[in-house]
Design a protein around this ligand. Sequence first.
Ligand code: UDP
Length: 250
Amino acid sequence: MPNPSGKVLSEGKTKIVRETERSDVVLLEFKDSITALDGEKKDILRGKAVINSHISAYLLELLEKNGVPTHIIEFIEPNMMRVKKLNMIPVEVVCRNIAAGHFVKNFPVAEGTPLNPPVVEFYLKDDARHDPMLNEDHFLVLGLASREEVKKIKGLTLKTNKVLSKDLKAKGLILVDFKIEVGRGTGGKIYVGDEINADSMRLREVGTNRILDKDVYRKGGSMEEVLNTYVQLYEKILGKKPPIGGTQSG
Ligand code: UDP
Protein backbone atom coordinates (compact mmCIF):
# COMPACT_ATOMS: atom_id res chain seq x y z
CA MET A 1 0.00 0.00 0.00
CA PRO A 2 1.32 3.53 -0.73
CA ASN A 3 2.82 5.35 2.21
CA PRO A 4 1.20 8.79 2.46
CA SER A 5 3.51 11.54 3.68
CA GLY A 6 1.29 14.17 5.36
CA LYS A 7 1.72 14.85 9.07
CA VAL A 8 -0.51 12.64 11.22
CA LEU A 9 -3.20 14.78 12.86
CA SER A 10 -4.79 11.91 14.75
CA GLU A 11 -4.95 8.15 14.79
CA GLY A 12 -8.01 6.23 15.95
CA LYS A 13 -8.97 2.57 16.16
CA THR A 14 -9.71 2.21 12.45
CA LYS A 15 -8.27 5.27 10.66
CA ILE A 16 -5.29 7.63 10.47
CA VAL A 17 -6.06 11.29 9.69
CA ARG A 18 -3.32 13.15 7.81
CA GLU A 19 -2.71 16.75 6.82
CA THR A 20 -2.67 17.58 3.11
CA GLU A 21 -1.32 20.53 1.11
CA ARG A 22 -4.68 22.24 1.77
CA SER A 23 -5.70 23.40 5.23
CA ASP A 24 -9.37 22.58 4.57
CA VAL A 25 -8.74 19.02 3.33
CA VAL A 26 -7.51 15.92 5.20
CA LEU A 27 -6.56 12.42 4.10
CA LEU A 28 -8.20 9.46 5.84
CA GLU A 29 -6.24 6.22 5.69
CA PHE A 30 -8.21 3.14 6.73
CA LYS A 31 -6.50 0.48 8.85
CA ASP A 32 -6.85 -3.31 8.99
CA SER A 33 -7.62 -3.28 12.72
CA ILE A 34 -10.98 -4.42 14.04
CA THR A 35 -12.18 -3.68 17.58
CA ALA A 36 -15.24 -4.26 19.76
CA LEU A 37 -16.37 -3.87 23.38
CA ASP A 38 -14.99 -0.31 23.72
CA GLY A 39 -11.66 -1.45 22.25
CA GLU A 40 -11.18 -4.36 24.72
CA LYS A 41 -11.38 -6.90 21.86
CA LYS A 42 -8.85 -6.14 19.12
CA ASP A 43 -7.51 -7.94 16.03
CA ILE A 44 -5.95 -7.36 12.64
CA LEU A 45 -8.17 -8.35 9.73
CA ARG A 46 -6.08 -8.26 6.54
CA GLY A 47 -8.10 -6.69 3.72
CA LYS A 48 -10.52 -4.81 5.99
CA ALA A 49 -9.03 -1.38 5.20
CA VAL A 50 -9.57 -1.86 1.47
CA ILE A 51 -13.07 -3.28 1.92
CA ASN A 52 -14.30 -0.70 4.44
CA SER A 53 -12.82 2.30 2.65
CA HIS A 54 -14.44 1.29 -0.66
CA ILE A 55 -17.84 0.69 0.96
CA SER A 56 -17.61 4.01 2.83
CA ALA A 57 -16.69 5.92 -0.31
CA TYR A 58 -19.53 4.30 -2.25
CA LEU A 59 -22.13 5.08 0.45
CA LEU A 60 -20.90 8.64 1.08
CA GLU A 61 -21.01 9.34 -2.67
CA LEU A 62 -24.51 7.83 -2.81
CA LEU A 63 -25.61 10.21 -0.05
CA GLU A 64 -24.05 13.18 -1.89
CA LYS A 65 -25.94 12.25 -5.08
CA ASN A 66 -29.14 12.18 -3.06
CA GLY A 67 -28.70 15.60 -1.48
CA VAL A 68 -27.08 14.68 1.85
CA PRO A 69 -23.91 16.75 2.31
CA THR A 70 -20.91 14.59 3.27
CA HIS A 71 -17.19 15.17 3.67
CA ILE A 72 -16.04 13.00 0.76
CA ILE A 73 -13.99 14.66 -1.99
CA GLU A 74 -12.38 11.66 -3.67
CA PHE A 75 -11.41 8.05 -3.08
CA ILE A 76 -7.75 7.14 -3.48
CA GLU A 77 -6.93 3.49 -4.17
CA PRO A 78 -6.53 1.25 -2.31
CA ASN A 79 -7.69 2.50 1.11
CA MET A 80 -7.76 6.30 1.39
CA MET A 81 -10.19 9.19 1.01
CA ARG A 82 -9.57 12.90 0.63
CA VAL A 83 -12.25 14.60 2.69
CA LYS A 84 -13.32 18.08 3.77
CA LYS A 85 -11.78 18.88 7.14
CA LEU A 86 -14.70 19.17 9.54
CA ASN A 87 -14.94 20.41 13.06
CA MET A 88 -16.44 17.19 14.39
CA ILE A 89 -19.25 17.28 16.94
CA PRO A 90 -18.19 14.60 19.49
CA VAL A 91 -21.44 12.67 19.22
CA GLU A 92 -22.47 9.35 17.66
CA VAL A 93 -25.83 9.54 15.94
CA VAL A 94 -27.62 6.18 15.78
CA CYS A 95 -30.69 5.45 13.68
CA ARG A 96 -32.69 2.26 14.19
CA ASN A 97 -35.23 0.57 11.90
CA ILE A 98 -35.34 -2.75 13.78
CA ALA A 99 -34.66 -3.40 17.48
CA ALA A 100 -31.15 -4.82 18.15
CA GLY A 101 -28.01 -4.22 20.23
CA HIS A 102 -28.32 -1.65 23.00
CA PHE A 103 -31.94 -0.96 22.18
CA VAL A 104 -33.05 -4.44 23.26
CA LYS A 105 -30.79 -4.22 26.32
CA ASN A 106 -32.25 -0.87 27.42
CA PHE A 107 -35.92 -1.28 26.54
CA PRO A 108 -38.55 -4.02 26.88
CA VAL A 109 -38.66 -4.73 23.15
CA ALA A 110 -37.77 -8.07 21.51
CA GLU A 111 -34.84 -8.24 19.08
CA GLY A 112 -36.08 -8.00 15.50
CA THR A 113 -39.14 -5.83 16.27
CA PRO A 114 -39.65 -3.22 13.52
CA LEU A 115 -39.46 0.34 14.88
CA ASN A 116 -41.91 2.76 13.33
CA PRO A 117 -40.98 5.58 13.08
CA PRO A 118 -37.23 4.90 12.95
CA VAL A 119 -35.58 5.89 16.26
CA VAL A 120 -32.77 8.47 16.24
CA GLU A 121 -30.48 8.47 19.29
CA PHE A 122 -27.45 10.53 20.27
CA TYR A 123 -24.46 9.38 22.34
CA LEU A 124 -21.60 11.50 23.66
CA LYS A 125 -18.24 10.18 22.43
CA ASP A 126 -16.58 9.64 25.79
CA ASP A 127 -14.95 6.23 26.29
CA ALA A 128 -14.29 6.81 30.01
CA ARG A 129 -18.04 7.35 30.56
CA HIS A 130 -19.05 4.59 28.11
CA ASP A 131 -20.69 7.04 25.68
CA PRO A 132 -23.76 8.24 27.65
CA MET A 133 -26.99 8.85 25.75
CA LEU A 134 -27.88 12.51 25.10
CA ASN A 135 -31.14 14.34 24.57
CA GLU A 136 -31.59 17.70 22.86
CA ASP A 137 -31.17 19.69 26.10
CA HIS A 138 -27.83 17.97 26.77
CA PHE A 139 -26.53 19.35 23.44
CA LEU A 140 -27.30 22.87 24.65
CA VAL A 141 -25.99 22.65 28.22
CA LEU A 142 -22.84 20.77 27.15
CA GLY A 143 -22.24 23.36 24.39
CA LEU A 144 -22.28 20.67 21.67
CA ALA A 145 -24.79 22.20 19.26
CA SER A 146 -27.72 24.61 19.05
CA ARG A 147 -31.36 23.50 18.87
CA GLU A 148 -31.45 24.34 15.14
CA GLU A 149 -28.33 22.24 14.58
CA VAL A 150 -29.80 19.26 16.49
CA LYS A 151 -32.90 19.50 14.29
CA LYS A 152 -30.69 19.65 11.20
CA ILE A 153 -28.64 16.63 12.38
CA LYS A 154 -31.82 14.62 13.00
CA GLY A 155 -33.15 15.54 9.54
CA LEU A 156 -29.85 14.56 7.86
CA THR A 157 -29.87 11.26 9.77
CA LEU A 158 -33.42 10.36 8.69
CA LYS A 159 -32.61 11.28 5.08
CA THR A 160 -29.43 9.18 5.30
CA ASN A 161 -31.58 6.30 6.59
CA LYS A 162 -33.96 6.58 3.62
CA VAL A 163 -31.18 6.74 1.02
CA LEU A 164 -29.12 3.91 2.52
CA SER A 165 -32.13 1.65 3.23
CA LYS A 166 -33.39 1.97 -0.34
CA ASP A 167 -30.04 1.27 -2.01
CA LEU A 168 -29.19 -1.62 0.31
CA LYS A 169 -32.65 -3.18 -0.02
CA ALA A 170 -32.22 -3.26 -3.80
CA LYS A 171 -29.04 -5.27 -3.11
CA GLY A 172 -30.80 -7.79 -0.87
CA LEU A 173 -29.81 -6.19 2.43
CA ILE A 174 -31.94 -5.01 5.36
CA LEU A 175 -30.56 -2.00 7.20
CA VAL A 176 -31.30 -2.77 10.87
CA ASP A 177 -29.46 0.24 12.33
CA PHE A 178 -26.41 2.42 11.75
CA LYS A 179 -24.24 5.10 13.28
CA ILE A 180 -23.01 8.31 11.68
CA GLU A 181 -20.85 11.17 12.87
CA VAL A 182 -21.33 14.77 11.85
CA GLY A 183 -19.26 17.93 11.82
CA ARG A 184 -19.25 21.58 10.80
CA GLY A 185 -17.56 22.68 7.61
CA THR A 186 -16.85 26.20 6.41
CA GLY A 187 -19.66 28.57 7.34
CA GLY A 188 -20.89 26.14 9.99
CA LYS A 189 -22.71 23.89 7.51
CA ILE A 190 -23.37 20.39 8.92
CA TYR A 191 -21.90 17.46 6.95
CA VAL A 192 -21.94 13.70 7.46
CA GLY A 193 -18.30 12.76 8.17
CA ASP A 194 -16.33 9.70 9.29
CA GLU A 195 -17.12 6.31 7.71
CA ILE A 196 -20.17 4.15 6.91
CA ASN A 197 -19.54 0.42 6.47
CA ALA A 198 -19.84 -3.01 8.15
CA ASP A 199 -18.35 -1.54 11.34
CA SER A 200 -21.07 1.07 11.72
CA MET A 201 -24.18 -0.61 10.30
CA ARG A 202 -26.18 -3.72 11.22
CA LEU A 203 -27.27 -5.54 8.08
CA ARG A 204 -29.23 -8.71 7.46
CA GLU A 205 -29.55 -10.66 4.23
CA VAL A 206 -33.08 -10.51 2.80
CA GLY A 207 -34.66 -13.98 2.98
CA THR A 208 -32.12 -15.72 5.24
CA ASN A 209 -31.73 -12.95 7.87
CA ARG A 210 -28.00 -13.82 7.90
CA ILE A 211 -25.78 -11.29 9.74
CA LEU A 212 -23.55 -9.34 7.31
CA ASP A 213 -21.72 -6.88 9.58
CA LYS A 214 -19.37 -6.53 12.56
CA ASP A 215 -21.80 -8.45 14.82
CA VAL A 216 -20.09 -11.62 13.47
CA TYR A 217 -16.89 -10.37 15.17
CA ARG A 218 -18.67 -9.01 18.28
CA LYS A 219 -20.33 -12.40 18.78
CA GLY A 220 -17.00 -14.26 18.66
CA GLY A 221 -16.89 -15.53 15.05
CA SER A 222 -13.50 -16.77 13.76
CA MET A 223 -11.35 -14.29 11.82
CA GLU A 224 -12.02 -16.36 8.69
CA GLU A 225 -15.77 -15.99 9.22
CA VAL A 226 -15.38 -12.27 9.89
CA LEU A 227 -13.34 -11.70 6.73
CA ASN A 228 -15.78 -13.79 4.73
CA THR A 229 -18.63 -11.59 6.02
CA TYR A 230 -16.84 -8.36 5.03
CA VAL A 231 -16.00 -9.79 1.59
CA GLN A 232 -19.61 -10.86 1.00
CA LEU A 233 -20.89 -7.46 2.04
CA TYR A 234 -18.47 -5.79 -0.39
CA GLU A 235 -19.65 -8.09 -3.19
CA LYS A 236 -23.31 -7.37 -2.48
CA ILE A 237 -22.90 -3.60 -2.25
CA LEU A 238 -20.36 -3.06 -5.02
CA GLY A 239 -21.29 -5.98 -7.29
CA LYS A 240 -17.72 -7.24 -7.76
CA LYS A 241 -14.93 -8.97 -5.84
CA PRO A 242 -12.84 -6.80 -3.48
CA PRO A 243 -9.28 -6.07 -4.67
CA ILE A 244 -7.59 -7.83 -1.75
CA GLY A 245 -5.82 -10.79 -3.37
CA GLY A 246 -6.01 -14.41 -2.18
CA THR A 247 -6.62 -15.72 1.32
CA GLN A 248 -6.31 -12.80 3.66
CA SER A 249 -7.40 -14.11 7.02
CA GLY A 250 -5.09 -13.71 10.00
N1 UDP B 1 -22.20 1.72 16.48
C1 UDP B 1 -20.98 2.18 16.03
N2 UDP B 1 -20.05 2.58 16.95
C2 UDP B 1 -20.28 2.55 18.28
C3 UDP B 1 -21.53 2.08 18.74
C4 UDP B 1 -22.47 1.67 17.80
O1 UDP B 1 -20.74 2.24 14.83
O2 UDP B 1 -19.38 2.94 19.06
C5 UDP B 1 -23.22 1.27 15.50
C6 UDP B 1 -23.44 -0.24 15.54
O3 UDP B 1 -22.65 -0.90 14.59
C7 UDP B 1 -24.90 -0.37 15.21
C8 UDP B 1 -25.53 0.94 15.69
O4 UDP B 1 -24.45 1.86 15.83
O5 UDP B 1 -25.08 -0.45 13.80
C9 UDP B 1 -26.28 0.82 16.99
O6 UDP B 1 -25.45 0.25 17.96
P1 UDP B 1 -25.91 -0.01 19.47
O7 UDP B 1 -26.21 1.30 20.11
O8 UDP B 1 -26.98 -1.03 19.48
O9 UDP B 1 -24.62 -0.51 20.19
P2 UDP B 1 -23.88 -1.90 20.12
O10 UDP B 1 -24.84 -2.87 20.70
O11 UDP B 1 -23.56 -2.14 18.69
O12 UDP B 1 -22.66 -1.65 20.97
